[in-house]
Design a protein around this ligand. Sequence first.
Ligand SMILES: NC(=O)C1=CN([C@@H]2O[C@H](COP(=O)(O)OP(=O)(O)OC[C@H]3O[C@@H](n4cnc5c(N)ncnc54)[C@H](OP(=O)(O)O)[C@@H]3O)[C@@H](O)[C@H]2O)C=CC1
Ligand SMILES: O=C(O)[C@@H]1CCC=N1
Length: 270
Amino acid sequence: MEQRIGFIGLGNMGCAILHGIIASQFIPASQINVYDIHPENGEKLKESYDLNVLASAKEVAKESDIVFIAVKPQNINEVLAEIQKELKKSTVVVSVVAGVTIKMIEAIIGYEQKIVRVMPNTPALVNSAICSLTPNTEVSPEELLTVRGLLNCIGLTEVIPESLVHSATGVGGSGPAFVFMFIEALADGAVKGGMTRKQAYKFAAQTVMGSAKLMLETNKHPGELKDMVCSPGGITIEGVQTLEQNNFRAAIMNAVEACVNRSKQLSGEK
Ligand SMILES: NC(=O)C1=CN([C@@H]2O[C@H](COP(=O)(O)OP(=O)(O)OC[C@H]3O[C@@H](n4cnc5c(N)ncnc54)[C@H](OP(=O)(O)O)[C@@H]3O)[C@@H](O)[C@H]2O)C=CC1
Ligand SMILES: O=C(O)[C@@H]1CCC=N1
């Protein structure tokens, strides 16, 4: 891949994507341009990778063919306003900013600019992300394929209509936080039973990872996989009943719904 990739915003999400891309060796670090308002964030990356730490968002926009915007929603407008004049017509702007719609971005950098909204998640750091992609009409199928190819090196990808990005945010973007809470709670249960914290985290994390891998690789329904664990008159079904009595599923659904609603609010939807 000859394209030069730019990152504006080197926080949790920007760095997770960047580390994942470099670890995949899909492109050399020398083809990556980065900028963060905190110079130390770029300097820290420079200690590990031979990438280009630039002095402004403008320079990243000027020197890159694909520009990832990975700042918080409250900061994106200033970034877009700053880079607008530097963007080439051929540059693809990739926004991972939750709740900020393509129209909101076009309103600042222009309706002819190529934009892809992406909703990634932090497992990008270990090349195990799920990223949704939503292009505007300026992005050609080949250009979308290029961006998708880049994101395929950090995990799974799915092209979705913008109407589904709120849900992708709730389940994919925010989902890892709920999974980590679940892992912590699983481990607490094991610690209550006498396991050390370290052992409990290892069992809990591997159980979640293994269960997800089992589902993704067998394509079996989660209910069927749950039933495979619940021996008749056995142990697991006791726990399942407890979770049902405590509205476990509803609690998770409500958490995703809360994220969807917040995303809609950020997008100016009712
Ligand atoms: N974290 C996640 O799991 C996910 C995040 N996202 C999205 O990714 C984006 C970034 O999130 P996250 O990485 O968590 O946030 P972070 O705050 O960790 O990272 C953003 C970085 O950009 C910096 N920044 C702020 N303004 C500018 C600017 N004008 N120019 C350059 N850098 C700037 C921030 O500095 P400062 O700290 O001073 O603001 C910070 O260092 C958000 O829009 C979020 O919605 C999407 C999916 C998942
Ligand atoms: O919490 C947030 O706002 C970001 C977007 C999705 C995950 N993290």
